[in-house]
Design a binder for this molecule. Sequence first.
Ligand SMILES: [Ca+2]
Ligand SMILES: [Ca+2]
Ligand SMILES: [Cu+2]
Length: 331
Amino acid sequence: MEANKSCCSASRDSATQVHSDAPTPVQSQSQAQAQAVESNDRQVSDKSGMIYLEGGTFLMGTDDQEGFPADGEGPVREVTIKPFYIDPCTVTNAEFKQFIDQTGYRTEAESFGWSFVFHLFVSEATAQKVKSAVQQTPWWWVVEGADWQHPEGPDSNVEDRWDHPVIHVSYQDALAYCKWSGKRLPTEAEWEYAARGGLVQKRYPWGDELKPGGQHRCNIWQGKFPIKNNASDGYAGTAPVRAFEPNGYGLYNVSGNVWEWCSDWFSPDYHVKAKRVNPAGPPSGQARVMRGGSYLCHKSYCNRYRVAARSKNTPDSSTGNIGFRCASDVE
Ligand SMILES: [Ca+2]
Ligand SMILES: [Ca+2]
Ligand SMILES: [Cu+2]
């Protein structure tokens, strides 16, 4: 992905210090933590509320002129996947709280002591303590004390957002939640198959038109990125997970709202030659795939709310616009 186009998220290693006295982030303990989520904490995998998809062969990727070939959106290819379950929604703050309450799990944002917050959301008091940002994407501020319960920093909370997607969760955090809930992350291919909702090669989960009949169908950015968000779709930040109409398979907010972690390592070209039956991505990598785009995406800048768009981040990174939805095997 071109650096000048990556409004989408920021990786933990991209934070540049504005002052030399900025604190050095402590090493993550969450990997060990994730392993410490004991089997007796684990819930029996409960498929109720999940969507059963029978899989089959579909056309994955796009050669759309609006796409970003460098991201590896193309070529369009026939991919076959086995039946699976997927959640209609991304994991909410309420659901994540249950996990935390039962396991005592500490997220990576909490271990590192900070997370990336979009600049317009930071209070004046918190802004005065911000010491670092991301050079290429200066709207991402390193905010100490930002975590899933304090999405805009220590002086914020989620009290009126229990039905919103949990954010400031890393890939590792998502895995820990999945382990606890007896579920797993979707593969990128499963995610795209589910997100397309049964439509063939459409630009969005509902068709080719961004606003059919003038109606907003997803939570993205309106106005001038990154300065002025008109929020004419009703939301400047996250929206409740069931906002807007679901797609043809019953999935909500695949496009926009929050980026969603997938289980694959990211590669811009591995899939070109890889197997096309139940593909699960390259065997190794530096960053994990994220799909769907977020409330920060805008056509003028990154346009990654298209259903074939791809992005990535390092597994320890967390931001205010990345969440996840769970999938499950059929058995
Ligand atoms: Ca919006
Ligand atoms: Ca999404
Ligand atoms: Cu974006």
